[in-house]
Design a binder for this molecule. Structure first.
Ligand SMILES: Cc1ncc(COP(=O)(O)O)c(C=O)c1O
Length: 346
């Protein structure tokens, strides 16, 4: 089978031999009975990292977000969110289908909302209006190009939201990337949210798994809804072990992914008509625009595939590249060479 350099997402990583070994040797039990020791260790570890009372292991980032939304809201409530966010765009309409909420989408700058925008969007107490209940944030922001939501901004939003007696959920699928890029600890970010979802299967390289963290009563509600939706897994220690391994061994190396992403951005900027500002590449995601070139993104993706590189066309003119555990600095140079062959002129 041809080996591609796969830059479509950081979810494509395969478990390393060392990770597979700890998975094979994991101590397991029935987690629906709360008896899987490895799952329990992972949950305690992540709760501690995030400075929360409790955490629950769930199959995916989507389930982590949607169980959080369901546990915070009542049908008919309104949830304020950025318009290119993951829970609004890429979770199959689950907010409406599972929680019966409506999203109030606000346009951010590379995914970041200003507290003043949120303040304006909070509904007054009037029977005509839906009840604003929750604000969802995303850090780092996927479609914002892996942008980091600054700690001070999170603190400001949280204080505002609390002054209105509302709640904050943080989609922290890639919070680890923000932590490694800034040196800010996970609990420092998480203190500015009532609930946090984190993923082990993105940059950290585990094959599957996410967690939700928050207060004990909140996690108790999340647990009930996880059962309701069939997300209770039995001998889940096999996959939890991969998550523990990933947190212990793959966290610091995210810095390499960030350097590789920056290198891609700097290289791409050289091509005539390609629009990208390398200063905006803060973590492992690179989004660039082809409007100024003669090629459209689907064509570029096809041509790159022939060169052995997989990339993701996210619109007619925009491409997303994501660096990860299975992409080396040599792969980055090969990728830039392939781009040069197709995009030509510098
Ligand atoms: C920011 C963000 N949140 C949530 C998710 C959902 O994760 P999953 O694919 O595990 O459902 C993703 C997936 O890429 C994501 O980028």
């Amino acid at each position: 089978m041809k080996e591609f350099i796969d830059l479509r997402s950081d979810t494509v990583t395969k478990p390393t031999p060392a990770m597979r070994k700890v998975m094979a040797e994991a101590e397991v039990g029935d987690d629906v009975f709360g008896e899987d020791p490895t799952v329990n260790i992972l949950q305690e570890k992540v709760a501690k990292l995030l400075g929360k009372e409790a955490a629950l292991f769930v199959p995916s980032g989507t389930m982590a977000n949607q169980l959080s939304i369901k546990s915070h809201t009542q049908p008919g409530d309104e949830v304020i969110i950025e318009s290119s966010s993951h829970p609004y765009n890429f979770e199959g309409g689950a907010g409406a289908a599972i929680s019966g909420i409506q999203f109030r989408c606000l346009q951010g700058v590379r995914g970041t909302l200003e507290p003043s925008q949120i303040e304006e969007a909070i509904r007054p107490a009037d029977h005509h209006f839906p009840v604003t209940r929750l604000v969802c944030l995303e850090n780092t922001h996927n479609r914002g190009g892996g942008s980091i939501l600054p700690l001070e901004k999170m603190a400001e939003i949280y204080r505002l939201v609390k002054s209105k007696e509302l709640l904050v959920h943080l989609d922290g699928a890639r919070l680890w990337n923000a932590c490694v890029a800034t040196g800010i600890k996970p609990y420092e970010y998480a203190q500015w949210a009532d609930s946090v979802s984190v993923c082990l299967s993105k940059g950290l390289g585990a094959p599957v798994g996410s967690l939700v963290a928050g207060s004990k009563p909140f996690i108790d509600r999340v647990h009930r809804f996880r059962k309701m939706l069939g997300g209770g897994m039995r001998q889940a220690g096999i996959i939890a072990a991969a998550g523990i391994y990933a947190l212990d061994h793959h966290l610091e190396r995210l810095q390499e992914d960030h350097q590789n992403a920056k290198r891609l951005a700097v290289g791409l900027k050289e091509f005539k008509g390609v629009s990208i500002d390398p200063r905006h590449v803060e973590t492992n995601i690179v989004i660039f625009d082809l409007t100024g070139t003669a090629i459209r993104s689907a064509q570029l993706a096809e041509a790159m595939k022939k060169e052995g590189v997989l990339i993701h066309a996210i619109s007619k003119t925009q491409i997303r590249l994501v660096t990860h555990l299975d992409v080396t600095d040599k792969d980055i140079e090969k990728t830039l060479k392939a781009f040069e062959k197709i995009l030509g002129e510098k």
